[in-house]
Design a protein around this ligand. Structure first.
Ligand code: PLP
Length: 381
């Protein structure tokens, strides 16, 4: 049989054909008006997705580069911060801060547990000297979304800033930066932005920019001030990934033509369908607050989770993601993020059913597909 490759992971995500071919356009020089025109169109499009009036800076890096930029552009050595660690990426905020000598009060959550704004209020009372709170919109390791709007309300009443990792969530689930009072928001190109890996995006509120002016942590490439100065000249401080920016222009045209509300609704439908499908075959979600970006599913008792992922990827070439760290072999993750359609989750579910039956799990064959189809059918337009 022809083995076809199905990318069903929460990053990188599939790229539309016309966006792929845009990368084949000749390289243009980046210190030209021709490039600046494309670049400014991209930054305007990014402002739309961020829902902000502030500048959005484009970094040539993966998403983690923007996370590092957020830390080193706003803080000083010895500053104290709170990080909300509900999984791999919340943990990463703490690791970056510690690497630069920032004192971290880490809130360690069970993977999939929500964290309320009331809990944050109490934590801030106990630690009145913190300069910033670091959170994730969508914790990709557990498929959980957090109450960023609530945290924004809390931090707007304090001197501290709210720094949010929107790398998998932004563009797929609501997080209007200005309205929700997010002070620093970061994103990555290979998740909901429908282009390959390699670009990262970051924006600062006026409150956060005051921190940038005072920040003393060491920095060179990821210095937000340099990006601001260059943006004033309609360019980047260092050679940008020209082809990726051309691709982002193309993908933003699609994103804008659909509109954010439609995109959120699209992700909600795929999320609903996937959740209903896995429940229909007796599987459980890992998260108590599941997002519409991906669905993290517990491996049922008696089934080898590593073998499950290996079979789906190796035999069926359905590239879902496995579990990380404590959940390695204990969960798997089906993404419904970015340029994925209704039939992409059907492929994932079909490969899942074929794999589960091969591994000896008992369920009614086809029932996950039926559950997903019912929701897709109802919502298809
Ligand atoms: C993918 C992801 C990252 C890491 O991004 P890289 O592009 O791999 O550096 C960080 N946070 C979240 C929530 C992610 O989903």
């Amino acid at each position: 049989m022809i083995k076809k490759y199905y990318l069903l992971s929460p990053g990188p995500t599939p790229v539309p054909a016309d966006v792929l071919s845009a990368a084949a356009e000749p390289i243009i020089h980046h210190r030209t008006s021709e490039f600046s025109e494309i670049f400014m169109e991209v930054t305007e499009g990014l402002k739309y997705v961020f829902s902000t009036k502030q500048d959005v800076f484009v970094l040539t890096a993966s998403g983690t580069g923007a996370m590092e930029t957020a830390v080193i552009s706003t803080l000083c050595a010895g500053d104290k911060v709170i990080t909300i660690n509900g999984g791999k990426f919340g943990e990463r905020w703490g690791q970056i801060c510690q690497a630069y000598g920032v004192e971290v009060k880490e809130i360690i959550l069970e993977w999939g547990e929500p964290y309320s704004k009331e809990q944050l209020v109490d934590e801030l009372k106990a630690n009145p000297d913190v300069k910033a709170v670091f959170a994730a919109l969508s914790e990709t390791s557990s498929g959980t979304v957090y109450d960023i709007q609530g945290y924004g309300e809390v931090l707007a009443q304090s001197e501290a800033i709210l720094v949010v990792d929107g790398i998998s969530g932004l563009g797929a689930t609501p997080c209007p930066m200005d309205e929700w009072k997010v002070d620093v928001l970061v994103a990555g190109s290979q998740k909901s932005f429908m282009i390959p890996p390699g670009l990262a995006y970051i924006s600062f509120s006026p409150k956060a920019w005051d921190f940038v002016e005072k920040s003393t942590l060491p920095k060179y490439y990821f210095n937000a001030k340099k990006y601001k100065k260059s943006l004033g000249k309609q360019t980047t401080p260092y050679t940008p990934a020209v082809s990726l920016i051309i691709q982002q222009k193309k993908a933003l045209e699609l994103i804008k033509s659909l509109g954010l509300e439609k995109l959120f609704e699209h992700h909600r439908i795929l999320g609903d369908a996937t959740r209903a499908a896995v429940k229909a075959i007796g599987l459980e979600l890992l998260s108590k607050s599941p997002g519409n970006i991906l669905t993290a599913v517990k491996v049922p008792a008696g089934i080898d989770g590593l073998k499950l992922v290996k079979t789906m990827q190796g035999k069926y070439m359905a590239y879902i993601a496995g579990g990380q760290d404590p959940y390695k072999g204990k969960m798997f993750r089906i993404a419904h993020l970015g340029y994925m359609g209704g039939f992409d989750i059907i492929i994932a579910l079909s490969a899942l059913e074929m794999t589960l039956s091969e591994l000896g799990y008992e369920f009614e064959g086809g029932s996950s597909l039926k559950a997903a189809e019912d929701i897709l059918k109802e919502n298809w337009e």
